[in-house]
Write a protein of this length. Structure first.
Lengths: 94, 312, 102
């Protein structure tokens, strides 16, 4: 495999590891806020690494730019939904 | 060879496990969320089977819109009776497992035996692929949907309209803040909408225009437009209204009217019914369909005949 | 081999959907089971259609796309029916005793 593919492989495996960590946090943590913490931090980092790995493998720069856009949109959605869930949970007193 | 089948096995296992979770999970809201995840795994399966149009449609419509509709319906049940239990008991049925096993065995037999039949050389699919060269389009699915079997697509638009009319006919008027789930006090929501809604318009237009040569098309574009509309309804920027204005009435029926208009209009020029004249007709009909589908899905979500801007 | 794996998985999912449909009492769960069943049928349709060298059969894809949209329309109407039933009768479940206590 070429250098490009090795770099992409490393990035993809690191991304999957962060997703695994986030999911374990989701399943094992006690309350909503800790779970949100694990999910938003680890999953978004995992998404960045996976998108970076795929961008390295991409055929042209347009695909890489679209992958960066996908990561930014995922980040936006995760941020706002985590914020809203946390507000709701705090209001409900959990 | 093994690595490609490994991903097939993982997807198949994921589908089975998720389906089991969806039907056996006690809490209804959790079932709905698991169903959305199931839809996304299905989208991955469509990608693996080399059908990207179906992957887009399943992710947007099958998982996204269906999940949103079900969650909003559950919320309406809770509004009507706040003491509705969140867990539903599982019924007991002695015939359930034998009938399910029989159904699975029947479907497996049909599917497996159909796999080992050699199809004849003049199936509809191959004829469609051959005829695609004469049209100006590059995406065979769009060609089939809008040129070769456009009667099905026409009737599909009619079905969407009938579903909307039927749902409105049997429902009581919606309370203005029924669908406004998201509290509007936080500034993040405004920022999200400022990015999301224009982006949904941009992406849906791209999907529509790219659908003639690449994966995409009117249905996927309409679903993305509906996603932007659903975000507006959820944050109370758009609220359920009582009477649809002229614009809403025109927009909801635009797809069907454009399709019938062009399809019947060509008969005045000597062509047969529904033989579209050229690629411009495809673009016009697809644009009208996108607007109709988007607005119909948002109206079905909001549970009202019309949408009004925010009432202060 | 890909095709066989997907056909078997989709058959199992269909069986699970049938089981869920028969065992669920709440109408919303029945709708969920129905949607799971229709998704599995779409997979089998595409896999069985096979296709030309470059991708699966476009007519099958178009039919399945139509099917997905119509499933959404039917689900939306069924949900409106369910809410209407809930308003009238106070519950959205179907149990075996429904015909007796009217």
């Amino acid at each position: 495999m070429s250098m490009q593919e090795w770099v992409a492989l490393a990035l993809l495996i690191a991304g999957c590891f962060f997703y695994l960590a986030g999911t374990i946090g989701l399943l094992r943590f006690g309350d909503v806020h800790s779970r949100l913490h694990a999910l938003t931090k680890a999953d978004n980092l995992g998404l960045m690494l996976v998108c970076a790995g795929l961008a390295v493998l991409a055929a042209d720069w347009r695909t890489s730019a679209l992958l960066v856009l996908i990561w930014l949109l995922g980040l936006l959605a995760a941020t706002v939904s985590a914020h809203l869930i946390a507000r709701h949970a705090r209001r409900d007193g959990k | 060879m093994l690595s490609s089948h490994l991903i097939d096995l993982v997807l198949a296992l994921g589908m089975v496990v998720l389906a089991l979770q969806v039907v056996s999970e006690r809490a209804v809201l959790r079932s709905i969320i698991l169903f959305v995840v199931f839809g996304l795994v299905m989208a991955l399966a469509w990608t693996r089977l080399k059908a990207p149009d179906l992957a887009l449609a399943e992710a947007a419509i099958g998982a996204g819109v269906t999940g949103a509709l079900m969650m909003m319906a559950w919320r309406r049940l809770l509004i009507i009776n706040p003491r509705e239990p969140a867990d539903t008991p599982r019924g007991r049925s002695r015939v359930a497992i034998p009938v399910a096993l029989l159904a699975a065995a029947l479907v497996a037999t049909i599917g497996l035996s159909a796999l080992f039949i050699d199809p004849p050389t003049d199936t509809a699919g191959r004829i469609a692929l051959d005829e695609m060269v004469d049209t100006g389009l590059g995406n065979p699915v769009t060609g089939v949907l809008l040129l070769f079997r456009n009667l099905d697509t026409l009737l599909e638009m009619a079905v969407l309209l009938i579903a909307l009319l039927g749902a409105r006919a049997i429902s009581k008027p919606a309370h203005p803040n029924e669908a406004a789930v998201v509290e509007t006090g936080t500034p993040l929501v405004g920022a999200l909408l400022a990015i999301l809604v224009p982006l949904s318009i941009l992406i849906s237009t791209h999907l529509l225009l790219a659908g003639t040569n690449e994966p995409g098309g009117a249905f996927q574009a309409g679903a993305v437009l509906a996603a932007g509309g659903v975000a507006l309804v959820l944050t109370a920027r758009l609220q359920p209204g009582d009477r649809p204005g002229v614009i809403a009435q025109v927009a909801v029926t635009a797809g069907l009217v454009a399709f019938i208009g062009i399809g019947v209009g060509v008969m005045a020029f000597g062509e047969t019914l529904l033989v579209l004249p050229d690629t411009w007709a495809v673009y016009v009909i697809e644009t009208a369909m996108m607007v109709s589908i988007g607005l119909t899905l948002v109206l079905l979500f909001a549970g009202a005949p019309a949408l009004v801007g925010r009432r202060t | 081999m890909t095709a066989v794996i997907f056909v078997l998985a989709a058959s199992v999912v269909f069986g699970i959907g049938v089981w869920g449909l028969l065992i669920a009492e709440h109408l919303l769960r029945k709708l969920l089971a129905l949607n799971v069943m229709s998704s599995s049928v779409f997979i089998i349709m595409l896999v069985v259609a096979g296709g030309g060298g470059n991708g699966p059969d476009p007519v099958a894809q178009a039919l399945i796309l139509t099917g997905i949209v119509i499933a959404v329309a039917a689900t939306a109407f069924a949900l409106a029916l369910m809410i209407s039933i809930y308003r009238e009768t106070g519950r959205a479940s179907i149990t075996g005793k429904d015909d007796d206590d009217r």
